[in-house]
Write a protein that binds this ligand. Structure first.
Ligand SMILES: CC(C)(COP(=O)(O)OP(=O)(O)OC[C@H]1O[C@@H](n2cnc3c(N)ncnc32)[C@H](O)[C@@H]1OP(=O)(O)O)[C@@H](O)C(=O)NCCC(=O)NCCS
Length: 184
């Protein structure tokens, strides 16, 4: 969850939950750029994966909160594959949008790219992450979210792929529950 109004999910004064039933995908799309620093490295001297993951969770949380019109908590984060290392000084960009909505949950996709600090070269694709956020009320209980409306072919592709990821998540969870019932 990003820095939300308060730790106990109480909206800040003057912040009310919006009552909209749908929102276009472009309405809450966000980009964040960050210049990496010396204090963000791992033992190899490249940028620590946890630094990137924190920024991914933060920007995705803001997108989820804006889309749902109130607080939203991180429920899960899918496998995240780092394709290339980020070097100190590189400018890392995080572009996030809601790909799919359920009743109270939302999948937010984040694409992470980087511009090398010391060369005018093509931007590199660092990683892509998919997170599920659940919108919560003042008691921390799930609340309904506006449905995301895909606008472009890309948005439709993202929604289809998000549905595949959701069905895999649910199937995996069910398979693990069944396997434990078989052994206990
Ligand atoms: C996420 C949370 C609110 C879900 O509460 P819950 O009582 O289990 O909710 P439900 O079983 O009614 O499910 C609500 C929705 O969450 C989704 N959900 C729950 N757990 C999930 C998971 N692990 N992954 C993906 N989606 C999940 C459900 O599919 C459902 O989606 P839908 O309403 O769109 O159909 C609750 O588990 C929670 O508060 N977790 C802690 C979150 C947190 O603190 N994150 C920050 C970590 S530091």
């Amino acid at each position: 969850m990003p820095a939300t109004p308060s730790a106990d999910h109480t909206p800040a004064r003057g912040v009310a939950h919006e009552q909209v039933t749908s929102r276009p995908a472009s309405a809450t799309r966000l980009s964040l750029s960050h210049i990496t620093a010396q204090n963000e490295t791992n033992l190899l001297g490249t940028v620590h994966g946890g630094v990137v993951m924190t920024l991914v969770d933060s920007v995705a949380g803001v997108v989820a909160a804006r889309h749902s019109g109130g607080p939203a908590v991180t429920a899960s984060m899918d496998e995240m594959v780092f394709l290339v290392p980020v070097r100190v000084g590189d400018v890392v960009h995080f572009t996030a949008q809601v790909n799919w909505t359920g009743r109270s949950s939302m999948e937010v996709g984040v694409r992470i790219t980087a511009d090398r600090w010391d060369s005018v070269s093509a931007q590199v694709h660092v990683a892509t992450a998919y997170l599920v956020f659940v919108a919560v009320d003042e008691e921390g209980k799930p609340r309904a979210v506006p449905q995301v409306v895909p606008e472009t072919d890309e948005d439709h592709r993202r929604m289809r792929e998000a549905e595949i990821r959701r069905s895999h998540r649910l199937a995996r969870r069910q398979a693990i529950i069944s396997s434990r019932e078989g052994t206990e």
